[in-house]
Write a protein that binds this ligand. Structure first.
Ligand SMILES: [Ca+2]
Length: 449
């Protein structure tokens, strides 16, 4: 990869991420539960708390390590009043309800001991209405030292807020003191707690030059730390301006939904779409982006696929054969369902974790194959075949070639293989010419000549 400037950290293309919404993953300490905690597994509402915490994550690191996960992304953990915590009230304090700073220190230490990275959610566009600076500024305006830290408006609610949500007042990034304050947060958790990077919330709302300052600040503290942006649109400008290492790949996600879940696109259209994004990003950014099938902001993929396990697993196979850092959204691996927020934030159903679970067992194999196969992590990208609902995805790497062959349709398909000889990984059989695939199935091939 030809890159000028700072390289994205090399570990990212070897990463298998796991995203955790801390209130819903595991309750490791009931003593810190907020009042009014709901019974684990009850359908979530916008305001319910379930008592999950960082101690719970710590307890489940064995589970995650066994699954093959080597990087964690936690949605916000700092003091806030909502269950999602995108309304920060103190950027220097892990919410006591999650175990406080002590629990984070333990979690990072134990994750690092297992060679697992951990990135936190940086919410720097806005804070919560309960942030003391905002409270003081709102009460005293010009008399407050923070009077110019926010943007006052005639219109209700009287100040600029994220997407019109009064609970999320926006910082005035034109004020250099605001920037310095937020950058001190960026530095603090990298320096004092040795986190491995930041996922930047709602990047498209932030002034681009501020995002670049965040990027440079991170790289100054630790060039190996990852700067991931929540970008719903095209990531290209952020990469051209060297403001991010990678994006949460929602563009790819859209294509995956249309092809695998909704089945409104055929394979040629899907491949054209993927190729278009692939060629729109610099190569280093393709390899450093976070590829996902789910997040706390989208309905669960399995639910979008009408609960059809085979469709979901085809999408997982594609994701784990595709360049970038694939991510598992907590619970997806055991078939947790869920529609729009807050339904996509249900409690993790721990009783589902069984070695022969029909989804978990397949995902476990896909994760292991990726961890063990360098071409799937570092290889180039080709689509040698796409017809009807079937396609071949190829990852050539240093004279080797690994291919994913898949049929996402209801009929058997015959796929044309590139010239040469291949070994099917499952059966060990040698193939050339064509490959027959049953409906809704996939297999991996290795080139042997
Ligand atoms: Ca708890």
């Amino acid at each position: 990869m030809e890159v000028t400037g700072v390289q994205p950290p090399a570990w990212v293309q070897d990463a298998v991420f796991y995203q955790i919404f801390p209130d819903r993953f595991c309750n490791g300490d009931q003593a810190n539960d907020p009042p009014g905690v709901r019974p684990w597994g009850e359908p979530p509402t916008p305001t319910s708390f379930f008592g999950g915490d960082l101690w719970g994550i710590l307890k489940k690191l064995d589970y995650l390590e066994n699954l093959g996960v080597n990087a964690l992304y936690l949605t916000p953990i700092f003091l806030a009043s909502t269950n999602h915590r995108y309304d920060t009230e103190d950027y220097f304090q892990v919410d006591p309800v999650l175990g406080g700073n002590t629990a984070l220190r333990e979690l990072v230490r134990e994750a690092h001991r297992r060679k697992m990275r951990i990135i936190l959610d940086g919410v720097f566009n806005h804070c919560g209405r309960g942030h003391p600076f905002f409270r003081d500024a709102q009460a005293r305006r010009r008399q407050s030292p923070y009077g110019d830290w926010f943007m006052w408006e005639e219109e209700e609610p009287g100040y600029s807020c994220w997407a019109g949500c009064p609970g999320l007042p926006e910082w005035n990034h034109d004020n250099p003191q605001v920037r310095e304050y937020l950058l001190s947060v960026v530095r603090y958790w990298l320096e004092e707690y040795e986190i491995d990077g930041w996922r930047l919330d709602t990047v498209e709302y932030l002034p681009p030059d501020f995002v670049r300052e965040v990027y440079r600040t991170v790289k100054t503290v630790n060039p190996e730390a990852y700067v991931l942006g929540e970008v719903m649109g095209l990531g290209t400008p952020w990469f051209r301006h060297r403001a991010l290492d990678g994006v949460m790949h929602y563009r790819l996600w859209e294509g995956l939904v249309h092809f695998f879940a909704e089945e409104v696109w055929d394979a040629p259209r899907f491949v054209r779409y993927v190729w278009h994004i692939w060629r729109s990003y610099p190569m280093w950014a393709n390899f450093a982006s976070y590829t996902l099938l789910g997040s706390h902001d989208k309905p669960r993929f399995l639910t979008l696929a009408g609960g059809e396990r085979r469709k979901f697993l085809l999408a997982v196979a594609f994701l784990f054969a595709f360049p970038g850092a694939p991510a598992i959204y907590y619970g997806d691996e055991v078939g947790l369902a869920g529609g729009d927020d807050p339904d996509c934030r249900r409690c993790f159903p721990w009783e589902e974790v069984q070695p022969d679970h029909p989804i978990l067992s397949v995902i476990g194999k896909l994760v292991r194959r990726r961890r063990e196969t360098e071409s799937l992590r570092r290889g180039g990208l080709k689509f040698p075949f796409a017809q009807g609902r079937a396609l071949l995805l190829s990852r050539p790497f240093l004279g080797t070639e690994t291919l994913l062959a898949l049929n996402a349709g209801t009929k058997e398909e015959v796929l044309m293989l590139p010239s040469g000889r291949f070994r099917e990984e499952q059966s060990g059989e040698f193939l050339s010419g064509t490959l027959r695939l049953p409906p809704y199935s996939f297999t991996f091939l290795k080139r042997v000549s």
